[in-house]
Design a protein around this ligand. Structure first.
Ligand SMILES: [Zn+2]
Length: 313
C-alpha cells in the first residue's frame, strides 16, 4: 500500500514538474543549489541563471577550484560559511563579482549565457572575490589594501593550487605593475583613489612587502605568513579593523616592521619604485610575449619562494 501510494505521488510530481517546465519556455534549466566544502568551511551556492550552457556540476567544479586556491594560500578557508549567488548575463565569461560581509560572507557573481567550461577554468574573478573575505573590513580610505591583496594573492593562490602558471603570473606582473606607480599629483595610497592606485598600487604594496619580508627573514617567511596570521587572529571580512591593527598583526607573525614601515612610506606620499631594477634582481624579463627567468639573479630564490606551495600550517 505505502509503496504503491508513493509511486503514484512520484508519478504525479513528475508530471506536474514537467507541466511547469513547459510553462517556462525560455528557462533551459531550473534554478539550482549546491554546496561546496572547503577545509572545514561550507559554501552554499544558489544558481538563478537562465539559458546557461553550463551545468550545475560545471559551476560546482568552478566554485570548488576557487575555494581550493584560497585554502592553498591561507591554509584554511576565509569564513565558516559563505553564501554565493550566481546569476547570468547575456554574453561570455565571468563578470560583476562583488563581495560583502553580510550573512557571514556573501558573494554575488555573474556567468555569461555563452560561457563554457574553458572560460571557467581560466577565470580569476571568483578567487579574487573569495580572497576579499580573508582580510578585515577597512575604512574607505584604505580600500587600496583590500583590492591590492585580492589582486596580488589571487594568481599566487591559483599557482599554489596547481591551477595557474608562475610564468604567466610573472609576465602579467611585469606588464601590469607599472599601473600602480604614482602619477603626477599623487598624494599617497590613502588619498589617491584612482583605479590604478587602488588595484595595482595596492598590489605594489603587497609585492614590495613580500620581497622585503623575504629579504629580512633569509627567505624563510613572506607576505603569505603575515596574511595567514591576520586571518588566524580573526581578521576576516566580517570584522572592522583599523589598518594599523592588521599590519601589526602581520608584522608580529614574521618578526619585523615591514608592513607598518612600508605603509608609513606609501600612505600619503607618492613613493617612487624602480620596478625595472627589481625585475632584474628577481631574475625576470619579458621576451617574445613570455616571462624568461634568470636563476642566477640575486633574488631568484625569493622569486621562486613567492609562488612555491606552502603546507597548510
Ligand atoms: Zn576586488
Amino acid at each position: 500500500m505505502t509503496g504503491s501510494a508513493s509511486v503514484n505521488s512520484f508519478y504525479l510530481q513528475t508530471c506536474f514538474s514537467f507541466f511547469l517546465l513547459m510553462l517556462v519556455p525560455h528557462s533551459l534549466r531550473a534554478d539550482g543549489n549546491f554546496t561546496v566544502e572547503a577545509a572545514s568551511s561550507k559554501i552554499d551556492a544558489t544558481v538563478s541563471a537562465d539559458s546557461l550552457q553550463l551545468t550545475d556540476a560545471q559551476l560546482q567544479r568552478w566554485v570548488q577550484k576557487a575555494a581550493d586556491a584560497v585554502v592553498a594560500y591561507y591554509g584554511r578557508y576565509a569564513v565558516p560559511h559563505l553564501t554565493l549567488q550566481i546569476r547570468s548575463f547575456d554574453g561570455k565569461g565571468v563578470r560583476g563579482g562583488q563581495t560583502f560581509s553580510r550573512h557571514g560572507g556573501f558573494i554575488r557573481i555573474a556567468v555569461g549565457t555563452q560561457t563554457g567550461e574553458d572560460d571557467l577554468n581560466s577565470d580569476w574573478m571568483l578567487t579574487h572575490e573569495m580572497v576579499h573575505l580573508t582580510f578585515p573590513n577597512m575604512q574607505d580610505e584604505h580600500h587600496w589594501i583590500e583590492e591590492g591583496i585580492a589582486t596580488y594573492v589571487e594568481p599566487v593562490a591559483r599557482i599554489q593550487a596547481g591551477q595557474f602558471s608562475a610564468q604567466r603570473m610573472w609576465f602579467e606582473l611585469v606588464r601590469d605593475m607599472p599601473k600602480g606607480l604614482p602619477e603626477s599629483g599623487d598624494a599617497g595610497l590613502d588619498h589617491t583613489h584612482t583605479w590604478g592606485r587602488t588595484y595595482w598600487g595596492g598590489a605594489l604594496f603587497c609585492f614590495l612587502a613580500d620581497v622585503e619580508i623575504r629579504k629580512q627573514t633569509q627567505n624563510k617567511k613572506g607576505l603569505q605568513d603575515a596574511l595567514r596570521a591576520i586571518l588566524n587572529a580573526g581578521g576576516d571580512m566580517r570584522y572592522d579593523w583599523p589598518i594599523e591593527k592588521a599590519l601589526q598583526t602581520g608584522d608580529r607573525a614574521v618578526g619585523g616592521e615591514v608592513l607598518l614601515k612600508l605603509y608609513e612610506q606609501m600612505r600619503d606620499r607618492p613613493m617612487q619604485v624602480d620596478l625595472d631594477s627589481l625585475w632584474k634582481q628577481l631574475g625576470v624579463r619579458i621576451e617574445n610575449g613570455t616571462a624568461q627567468f634568470n636563476g642566477n639573479a640575486p633574488l631568484a630564490q625569493i622569486r621562486e619562494a613567492i609562488t612555491a606551495p606552502k603546507p597548510r600550517s
